[in-house]
Design a protein around this ligand. Structure first.
Ligand code: SRM
Ligand code: SF4
Length: 572
């Protein structure tokens, strides 16, 4: 009997409504199953010239194709007064496992951004890029241009496995490339089988034999909710591995990859006022020693979540809730049963940082790398710095590739010794070295999510506000001679946690315009959640609180104790 049809859950003996019966399924479930392989009526929606929007059901489906319908929230009021429709446009997100782009792809991306979007290239917290402000009529040309550059946006949004992360910097390990390759392998294994993306956006011939697209993993209803995977190379947890549905921790001995510790059930979003929702860090459940076993375990973790995840309440549908409902051991046993082998005991590992390595570094093969500081991942030319032009000039030399980091920065990568001087000159000419060097430690460690004006869920500003707030925080830190502290500060415009504010040492979570919950107590390595210290503060209250906190920290810290550890010890 299919699990959805039983009255009781055979594994937990709990009533099934917790994970959803068919008659109680959320409306998105019906949209997915009736979508004809994620096609819906997207083609018809695109042809409708009366509106810049697409049909409601198709808005859910295009997410699986890597795009979101949005509108300019700054202009809602003005347009409503004029009785005009909202100013609709689309955001497109690329699939870049591990965040890698060639020089030619960079040039193509720059051109496409200039022609079809706002022009700003936004590096996300999941090692990829988004373009905003793409009009409906420009979606197809944009996707076609990306495809010509061998880039796609498949499965970067929606209830499916998203962009797979991997520790970005090749200096992190002598076998970085071997581990890095897993990001691509996992991404490929978990791609949907439907050809809808190719048909709709590239005009590929229609698939007539539906058997060709049968999808044993996703079937017709895909995952209950989004699914995220990251790989990290200790001791630097630069991808925030525990914030993912599945986290892989590479275990290396004597420059040999022994395998991966597997962690499950990370997820950060909460909903204000809904006590059933919570942020959760992933739990390590075991170790796999071969590629075959690692991939099989990952695959079966997805099938267990596919079959047992909550399809009734999308607020409770992420893997973290399934893991807690079934119990970590119950979930693990089901994975082992399906995989046909037992996970080995997890191996010891150690994290001591979560940072990007700014500036010039060389790896074991003698290749050079320059990590550029990109505040909140916004690549553009402004009155202070011409970041976009500088990186385009670097790409045009053809002497480097590019790697995005999960901290919203970019590494100019894989530069031969003989070409380093040329790249260095370009970086100096555009003042990139000065810009990266001069940013304070807190600024270089900070992240903010997109929020207004494009994010429909934003309750408060984030990336547009964070830079000015940081200037004031820098002044406070200087007052207590704490300017060299690399405190991790993150801000999100709502409790969804897109800039991973719940694992920051200081987290700001938007509650309403101009107001933020102040969270304290995350650690430097990303292995402890922070907690709410004060609720719904406006800027003067934030600064007063931080003034007092920094004064006490200066007096009371134990030796080189980090701010997050200090505040956790003192307040929670
Ligand atoms: Fe996110 C929804 C932006 C990383 C948790 N996120 C959104 C949307 C698409 C709003 C929407 O649903 O319409 C935002 C689009 C804003 C815009 O205008 O561009 C958005 N999320 C982002 C990005 C761009 C933030 C950034 O500034 O970098 C990140 C894109 C990542 C990527 O390339 O795939 C981004 N989002 C995250 C992360 C961090 C991570 O994955 O490491 C989280 C928390 C981790 C997690 O998933 O638990 C995150 N985003 C969410 C959620 C809450 C999901 C949940 O479990 O309830 C939503 C809302 C939803 O899905 O309903 C959301
Ligand atoms: Fe939007 Fe909230 Fe995510 Fe920020 S955290 S991008 S406001 S959904």
């Amino acid at each position: 009997m299919p699990v959805e049809k039983q009255n009781k859950d055979s594994m937990t003996d709990r009533p099934l409504y917790r994970r959803g019966r068919e008659d109680e399924a959320s409306p998105i479930e019906k949209i997915k199953t009736e979508s004809n392989g994620l096609r819906g009526t997207i083609t018809e929606s695109l042809q409708d010239e009366i509106t810049g929007a697409i049909r409601e059901d198709d808005q859910s489906l295009i997410k699986f194709h890597g795009m979101y319908q949005q509108d300019d929230r700054d202009r809602r009021e003005e347009r409503a007064e004029k009785k005009l429709d909202r100013l609709y446009s689309f955001m497109i997100r690329l699939r870049l496992p591990g965040g890698l782009l060639t020089a030619d792809q960079w040039i193509a991306m720059d051109e496409i951004a200039g022609e079809n979007s706002t022009g700003v290239i936004k590096i996300t917290t999941r090692q990829t890029v988004q373009l905003h402000g793409i009009l409906k009529s420009k979606i197809k040309p944009t996707i076609k241009a990306f495809n010509a550059a061998k880039l796609d946006s498949i499965a970067t949004c929606g209830d499916i496995n998203r962009n797979v992360l991997c520790s970005a910097h090749p200096k992190q390990s002598n076998i970085h490339s071997e581990i890095f390759a897993y990001a691509d392998k996992i991404s490929t294994m978990l791609m949907p089988k439907t050809r809808a993306w190719y048909e709709i956006w590239l005009d590929e011939k229609k698939v007539l034999d539906k058997k060709e697209e049968e999808d044993p993993l996703y079937r017709e209803s895909y995952m209950p909710r989004k699914f995220k995977i990251a790989i990290t190379i200790p001791p630097n947890n630069d991808v925030d591995v525990f914030g993912n549905d599945i986290g892989l921790i590479a275990i290396i001995e004597n420059d040999t990859l022994k395998g991966f510790n597997i962690a499950i059930g990370g997820g950060l979003s909460t909903t204000h006022g809904n006590p059933e929702t919570y942020a959760r860090l992933a739990t390590v459940i075991g170790f796999t020693d071969t590629e075959e076993k690692t991939l099989k375990a990952i695959y079966e973790i997805l099938t267990v979540q596919r079959d047992y995840g909550n399809r009734t309440d999308r607020k409770l549908a992420r893997l973290k809730y399934t893991v807690d409902r079934l119990g970590v051991d119950g979930f693990k046993q089901e994975v082992e049963k399906r995989a046909g082998f037992k996970l080995e005991e997890a191996k010891p590992y150690n994290f001591n940082s979560r940072c990007d390595y700014y500036g010039w570094y060389q790896n074991h093969e003698g290749l050079w790398y320059y990590t550029v500081f990109v505040e909140n991942g916004r690549l553009l030319d402004d009155e202070n710095i011409a970041l976009k032009s500088a990186l385009l000039a670097v790409a045009k030399t053809g002497k480097a590739i590019f790697r995005f980091t999960a901290n919203q920065n970019v590494i100019i990568s894989d530069i031969n010794e003989k070409d380093k001087e040329l790249i260095d000159q370009i970086l100096k000419k555009y003042k990139i070295i000065e810009h990266t060097h001069q940013a304070s430690p807190v600024r270089k460690n900070a992240m903010a999510c997109v929020a207004l004006p494009t994010c429909p869920l934003a309750l408060a500003e984030a990336q547009r506000y964070m830079p000015s707030l940081l200037t004031k925080i820098e002044t406070l830190l200087a007052k207590y001679q704490l300017g060299n502290e690399d405190i991790i500060i993150r801000m999100t415009g709502c409790p969804n946690g897109c800039a991973r504010s719940y694992i920051a040492e200081i987290g700001f979570v938007g509650t309403s315009p101009g107001k933020y919950n102040l969270h304290l107590g995350g650690d430097h390595e990303g292995s402890r959640l922070n907690k709410i210290y004060k609720e719904s503060l406006e800027e003067p209250e934030i600064l007063n609180s931080l003034d007092e906190l920094f004064a006490d920290f200066k007096k009371e810290r134990n030796g080189a104790e980090k701010f997050g550890d200090y505040s956790f010890r003192k307040y929670f």
